[in-house]
Design a protein around this ligand. Sequence first.
Ligand code: NAP
Length: 319
Amino acid sequence: MAFVYSQLFVRPTYPTRSFDGQTVLVTGANVGLGMEAARHLVRLGAARVIMGVRNVPAGQAAKEQIETSTGRPGVCEVWEVDLASYSSTLAFGDRIAQLPRLDGAVLNAAVATRTFQLAEGHERTITVNVINTLLLGLLILPRLKATGQEFPMIRPRLSFVVSGVHAWAEFTEWKDTDTPMQLVSDPSQARMQERYPLSKLLQVLLVQELAGRVRGSDVIITMVDPGLCHSSLAREAGWQLYVMKLVLARSTEVGARTLIAGIATGLEGHGAYMTGGSVDNTSLSPFVRSDEGDLARGKLWKELLEILEPIRSGIMQNI
Ligand SMILES: NC(=O)c1ccc[n+]([C@@H]2O[C@H](COP(=O)([O-])OP(=O)(O)OC[C@H]3O[C@@H](n4cnc5c(N)ncnc54)[C@H](OP(=O)(O)O)[C@@H]3O)[C@@H](O)[C@H]2O)c1
């Protein structure tokens, strides 16, 4: 009922806060919520909007559309990143870290698929939505922190786009092993019909842990649930979701307002869950808020560390 109420009656506020002179990264910005968030940022005066995309021609087409609709050419830059690949994520993160400033980042790119496929040794949804999204966040964290030190009026923000469907995931694997991401990457164990919600649950738990380790006064780290929105995410979903979207979904532009809220919130947003554009930790699932959730979070963080250390030695020192 809360979901239906929110979809029908909560309308995220149209963003008006200025991003004048700021540099902001949006991943998955060639389409969907990421593209509309990039459009908002250009409209709101950002000096540079880095569109992180895996499909560069689609990114260029999105950039041209944004330039035409906002009348602000030369703000968007299309940079390639494939979050299914460690080397691409590292190269992209290192490139972002070279920017003269980075005021905000919206880590929005994600995949939703029921097809099992491995990428870098883990099931692809886990690699893209969880491991490499966290890796990218860690790679750019020093640049965000440094921007806050160089520009005392700026409080840099790092925002992860999660989802209310994190509450739908049955995540019992955490009890059976010390390496749950490894276990769910075993094709004989993987329940691919629940994989996307599971990836969002793992993201929520890991972002909470990350935010707990970073001072909000250095970088505000948020989690944003945009609600059900029109986009190309559910390409593989059946007719039921199609009908549900016809009735309940927010437009892509309205959904993208929540992404802007995620990089505009004050300190109260640090480590918090945002839905409908506002902080609301009560919308986190009971599991996330439970003692068991705490234990699962601890195991996942340790596993993430073990996965990332060989990829980029000392990465956790970025915190
Ligand atoms: N739409 C909703 O109802 C809804 C609800 C809750 C949360 N969300 C979240 O909102 C975010 C944006 O989703 P959306 O609805 O806008 O979906 P979308 O239209 O499918 O956009 C997803 C973006 O992620 C990119 N992406 C996928 N795999 C990638 C990879 N390996 N490397 C780099 N980029 C990759 C896609 O690139 P390609 O175009 O090349 O595939 C696309 O740009 C996601 O985090 C999603 O989980 C959406």
